[in-house]
Design a protein around this ligand. Structure first.
Ligand SMILES: NC(=O)c1ccc[n+]([C@@H]2O[C@H](COP(=O)([O-])OP(=O)(O)OC[C@H]3O[C@@H](n4cnc5c(N)ncnc54)[C@H](O)[C@@H]3O)[C@@H](O)[C@H]2O)c1
Ligand SMILES: [Zn+2]
Ligand SMILES: [Zn+2]
Length: 392
């Protein structure tokens, strides 16, 4: 089959690789009909390179049809499923508590990581990813979300990651009806976090330097701000001088406006693997502009929720300010499976309250993936969310 593979820093290519096969009775093989590129994939493309191996298949946002079902998968051939990005057993102590990204069956202990993830480097188990014609789904008995046949892929696809991630970000931000919420970053995660915040009754302010990303949010009634201006003072003025009750950081480790972290990332990416890996493990610093912005902006006693992925071990944090402002901080990979019961009715609602049909800017054949990675990273051609179609 054809699959999108990692070849080096900012180098990916579509290659012929062996088809996946059933390995465990709970596995299923799915023929992928839609598979998205995520902001998290850009970290693999850029700074997490030292944890990748040449030929690794990337991708973790797929849906499709079951073509082979293991005897204990609970699935049958022909079923249409969405596959969450974390791989979890559904039965361990963590899974029972809804913390599927900490699943004790699939944890990648060698690297001290939580649950295995599809297509997400050695840190998360080197599991073959989903930007491919076929995908092996381990623990499909728990992981597969079965969906009906009537609605388009784009209604359901974002249950694999974007919508539950944004939902968890807003829930962890502890946003109540009538609260004020700021969202840093208007990539797909920030777009959905802003819409979900508004859907749950918050007054939302969203910040991003890219005009077409702000325009998309404005289409959904969100007030937006250009990061490059002095926006924190502006937003404080709109919140009685206090700052918003909560902030979701939907930017993560590759934030703009972080000169020190940027230089470190360039250095790490250019180093030989072993040295680069040690740097990221022992001395890794993230680009922290968005997180620093969030710490400055949130009101005293407010909550910051990190949806954006961070990876450094040596990040300098302004503890004095965080302690003095009495900030509450939550974060983590999304426990996708735990939110599906609440989210499925929203994506199936004929009124499309989360605007799932206004997120994808590019749908292209899988073979065009390498060009789309470049476009998505450089934010060219109005690119906000790319869906690959392995069958066209
Ligand atoms: N927690 C999870 O489970 C989970 C799941 C999916 C994605 N993520 C992470 O969420 C983050 C966003 O993902 P995405 O797909 O939306 O990616 P993206 O790269 O499209 O979005 C990032 C956005 O942040 C903006 N930005 C950069 N610097 C900024 C700054 N200083 N202030 C405000 N905005 C800034 C960029 O212009 C861009 O629009 C990534 O870090 C990704 O890894 C986390
Ligand atoms: Zn993703
Ligand atoms: Zn588990």
């Amino acid at each position: 089959m054809k699959a999108l593979t990692w070849q080096g820093k900012r180098q990916v290519s579509v290659e012929d690789v062996p088809d996946p096969i059933l390995e465990e009775p709970t596995d299923a093989i799915v023929e992928v009909t839609s598979t998205a590129i995520c902001g998290s994939d850009l970290h693999l493309y850029e700074v997490l390179g030292p944890f990748m191996d040449k030929g690794d298949i990337i991708g973790h946002e797929p849906m499709g049809r079951v073509v082979e079902a293991g005897p204990d998968s609970g699935l049958s051939v022909g079923q249409r499923i969405v596959v969450p990005f974390p791989i979890a057993c559904g039965a361990c102590w963590m899974c029972e508590r809804g913390l599927v990204t900490q699943c004790e069956t699939t944890q990648v202990r060698k690297y001290g990581s939580g649950a295995a993830l599809f297509g997400y480097s050695r840190l998360y188990g080197s599991v073959p990813g989903a930007q491919a014609e076929y995908l092996r789904v381990p623990h499909a008995d728990f992981g597969a979300i079965t969906v009906g046949d009537d609605l388009d892929d784009h209604r359901y696809l974002f249950l694999s990651d974007v919508i539950p991630t944004a939902w968890q970000g807003v829930v962890y931000a502890d946003v109540k009806e009538g609260d004020t919420l700021a969202v840093y970053g208007l990539g797909p995660i920030g777009q959905m976090a802003a819409r979900i915040g508004a859907h749950r009754g918050a007054n939302v302010f969203a910040i991003d330097p890219v005009p077409e990303r702000r325009a998309m949010a404005e289409r959904h009634g969100i007030a937006t701000f250009d990061y490059s201006k002095e926006i924190n003072d502006e937003i404080r003025d709109l919140t009685e001088g206090r700052g918003p009750d909560a902030v979701v950081d939907a930017v993560g480790m590759e934030s703009h406006g972080s000169p020190v972290g940027w230089a470190a990332h360039q250095a790490v990416g250019a180093l030989p693997d072993v040295v680069g890996r040690k740097m990221m493990e022992k001395a890794g610093v993230d680009r922290l502009a968005a997180l620093y912005g969030a710490i400055d902006l949130v009101r005293r006693g407010g909550t910051i929720s990190l949806s954006g992925v961070y990876g450094g071990e040596m990040d300098p944090m302004p503890m004095l300010t965080m302690f003095d402002k009495q900030i509450q901080l939550r974060m983590g990979q999304a426990n996708v499976h735990s939110w599906i019961d609440e989210l499925l009715p929203l994506v199936e609602d004929p009124d499309d309250p989360l605007g799932t049909e206004d997120l994808v800017t590019h749908r292209v054949p899988l073979v065009e993936a390498p060009a789309m990675y470049e476009k998505f990273q450089k934010k060219e051609d109005g690119c906000i969310k790319v869906v690959l179609d392995p069958r066209s």
